[in-house]
Write a protein that binds this ligand. Structure first.
Ligand code: HEC
Length: 198
């Protein structure tokens, strides 16, 4: 073999060996995220300005972090995935008992919220669990403080935008997204339905 070529080949091998493990892992998490779409992904990647402006300052800060491309929740999939999710975390802050009580009351006052799991999944600490799950993924660039701010946004926003006076509007929006997945990617629709992840 030509000497120049051999040197080039050895250098190329080194370059491959030097790619940090976390970078490769991030790619595969991103690939996983993109290869397996959710109905959420058909929705918008931002919320209207008037919705955001009406939220408290800490909640607005969490929204900005979530939608940041470089280090937010839009690093592996688009921000549409969390923004159009069926997850609703009850009011009550970090107190599980208060969140459980919110659910018990909602079951009496607003039974529709529990009628279709593909529109609303109301669950104590559901966003807390998911933010942690995402932050534990290899290659995730979020810092602990970012995770806290994003969690504060997601839990507040999930009650405001998906329940109460906005419940019907949310149901129409979310059903539209599920219908789009069913029409455009029936295989994935069935897969998510089977896994109770729709
Ligand atoms: C390192 C890559 C990565 C980052 C960063 C990331 N995600 Fe994900 N996300 C994934 C993958 C992969 C999936 C597919 C399902 C799974 O693995 O849980 C997913 C799925 C989801 C889902 C769909 C879950 C369902 O069952 O409906 C939601 C919601 C979500 N992510 C929210 C977030 C939020 C919120 C953040 C920011 C705090 C975030 N993601 C950041 C990779 C990532």
């Amino acid at each position: 073999m030509n000497r120049k070529l051999t040197v080039a080949a050895v250098l190329a091998l080194f370059a491959v060996a030097l790619v940090p493990v976390s970078r490769a892992a991030e790619l595969s998490e991103k690939e996983k995220a993109l290869a397996n779409p959710y109905p959420n992904d058909f929705g918008p990647e931002t919320l209207p300005d008037d919705v955001i402006k009406a939220y408290p300052a800490n909640v607005q800060a969490g929204y900005k972090k979530l939608t940041s491309n470089k280090a937010g929740c839009a690093q592996c999939h688009s921000a549409a995935r969390p923004l159009n999710s069926r997850f609703v975390e009850p009011e009550g802050g970090i107190d599980d008992a208060k969140q459980d009580a919110w659910i018990a009351k909602a079951k009496k006052d607003s039974p529709a919220l529990f009628a279709d799991g593909s529109v609303w999944q109301v669950e104590t600490k559901v966003w807390s669990r998911y933010v942690k799950r995402m932050m534990n993924k290899p290659g995730c660039n979020l810092q602990k403080a970012d995770g806290k701010a994003i969690y504060e946004f997601l839990s507040y926003d999930s009650v405001k935008r998906k329940t109460g006076a906005n419940a019907e509007k949310w149901a129409a929006h979310r059903k539209g997204l599920v219908d789009q997945l069913k029409a455009k990617n029936p295989k994935r629709y069935e897969e998510l339905k089977e896994a109770k992840d729709l």
